[in-house]
Write a protein that binds this ligand. Structure first.
Ligand SMILES: [Fe+2]
Ligand SMILES: [Fe+2]
Length: 481
């Protein structure tokens, strides 16, 4: 591993940003550290703070070999500040300052905007840990329990990543924001997290897998757009965070895939051809496919809201300023300034859906959301291949983007999963055929019985094809004292 990609593990806070030479920021982070640990112990995984968990810890930031696996007690996890290597001669890739040297400090005129971007991103990271804090108790296997905790510690590290930028570049304001990030809590009526989907409950493992599939993917899209930033420290931070985010989506996608697979196997063994015969499928102790579809409808629509209004001057300003780019900006071949361009946006006009060409700068949220939908669809296609291979006549579909929305063009309307606009009465009558009902939640909850033996899996989920770190099927991923 080269000098530039190695992490210094000597001090309290592992880092590759030279904290030893930066007494001011080191002191600020060390002052914040006890509050963070306190937050982790009170708001993090409940009941497993003393368990030894087989976790990966980043030891470098190079593309190859950046992780080490070992048993760790979670409160002793080495959360660090890890930036991808600086790219020599990098320039601002887009916006009004395109082509100028990448920013190493924050220009005064963009301070407020950048601070807001960091705080919004930072707020989501601890929120998901809080949302998932109870579900360790009902894990379907040691393998899944370990994956939950890996996601949790990495979301904790993502909080560190944003807090570092706040403290390094925003002085006292940054320190105050860092305290606030520990003070707000998911679902807290007095001081909730900033974005809706991060105040929803994660009551069971189907919800957890759906969350990591859909909502962590919003994280991926936001990080990918910020990784393009002309503010170089933000770009470098996000580039490394994306390597961790890939694992979160793996957990979600393979989690749901294994549930679908198990349902198909159980139906085949029982000779059930009709996937919509819910009582018979549930009698087998597996999750019926229509319920999985309803959960897709719910989590997809909640996650779309995270992209904000389709048409947004904030998004245009952040792009012009060179702070937040588009998904894979570096692979796009236009002028990266978009002053003359338009982008098609689906809008609600006089009670009808119409596609309208809107200035491309104003519709960047819409564009990122479209990229999200395309990325999501690839995962759904892989789920459907499991159904196809099993010969089961059912396919998972993404609902229409107007379905069940709280933010943006369709917030005031009701639409079904096909995108037909409905009046309130029809919506009331039909919504429980499209969204999970109390009864659906009760059924899924009834399956949530913990499985703790090595190599064993709950009856509603298939084992994974390969273990973490290539470990054998009966590997002890979590040692509970
Ligand atoms: Fe994250
Ligand atoms: Fe994540």
């Amino acid at each position: 591993m080269s000098e530039a990609t190695m992490v210094d593990y000597d001090g309290l806070i592992p880092n590759n940003v030279g904290l030893n030479q930066d007494a001011r920021v080191r002191r600020a982070l060390e002052t914040w550290h006890p509050g963070y640990i306190d937050w982790w112990k009170t708001m993090g995984p409940e009941g497993f703070q003393d368990a030894l968990v087989y976790l990966r810890t980043a030891v470098g930031v190079g593309a190859e070999g950046w992780a080490r696996f070992d048993y760790v007690k979670m409160p002793e996890y080495r959360w660090g500040i890890l930036l991808a290597p600086q790219v020599e001669g990098r320039t601002i890739p887009f916006g009004a300052h395109k082509g100028q040297p990448a920013l190493q400090e924050v220009p005064g005129e963009y301070r407020a905007m950048l601070r807001r971007l960091l705080v919004i991103q930072g707020d989501t990271e601890p929120a998901s840990v809080e949302q998932q804090r109870h579900i360790g108790a009902t894990a379907p296997s040691q393998y899944d329990l370990r994956n939950l905790f890996q996601v949790n510690v990495e979301e904790g590290r993502h909080l560190w990543a944003m807090v570092y930028l706040l403290q390094k570049y925003f002085g006292r304001d940054g320190r105050e924001e860092a305290e606030e990030l520990l003070r707000r809590h998911s679902g807290d009526p007095d001081s909730p997290r900033m974005l809706g989907a991060f105040n929803e409950a994660t009551p069971d493992w189907l919800s957890f897998f759906m969350f990591t599939f859909f909502t962590d993917r919003d994280g991926k899209m936001q990080l990918a757009a910020l990784a393009q930033s002309g503010f170089d420290p933000l770009s470098r931070t996000c580039r490394f965070m994306l390597t961790e985010e890939a694992h979160h989506m793996f957990v979600g996608e393979t989690g749901v895939q294994r549930i679908i697979q198990r349902t198909c196997e159980a139906m085949r063994d029982a000779g059930i051809d009709d996937p919509t015969d819910i009582p018979r499928v549930r009698a087998l102790g597996v999750i019926d496919l229509p319920t999985i579809q309803k959960k897709v409808n719910l989590h997809f629509s909640l996650t779309l809201d995270l992209f904000g209004s389709e048409i947004s001057t904030n998004a245009a300003n952040a792009f012009n300023a060179g702070l937040k780019g588009r998904y894979r900006e570096d692979r796009l071949t236009d002028d990266h300034q978009l002053l003359q361009d338009t982008y098609p946006v689906l809008r609600l006009k006089d009670g009808a859906m119409v596609q309208e060409d809107v200035p491309a700068l104003s519709s960047l949220n819409m564009r990122l959301r479209d990229d999200f939908v395309a990325d999501t669809a690839q995962g759904i296609a892989r789920w459907n291949r499991v159904l196809e291979r099993a010969g089961v006549e059912f396919r998972i579909h993404l609902p229409h983007v107007a379905f069940n929305r709280r933010i943006g063009e369709f917030a005031a309307a009701h639409a079904d999963t096909e995108g037909n606009l409905l009046d309130s009465a029809v919506w009331q009558a039909r919504s429980n055929t499209m969204l999970p009902t109390d009864d659906d939640y009760r059924y899924v909850e009834s399956l949530m019985l913990p499985v703790r033996e090595r190599g064993a899996y709950a009856g509603w989920i298939a084992p994974p094809r390969i273990g973490i770190d290539n470990k054998p099927g009966d590997f002890e991923y979590v040692r509970i004292e």
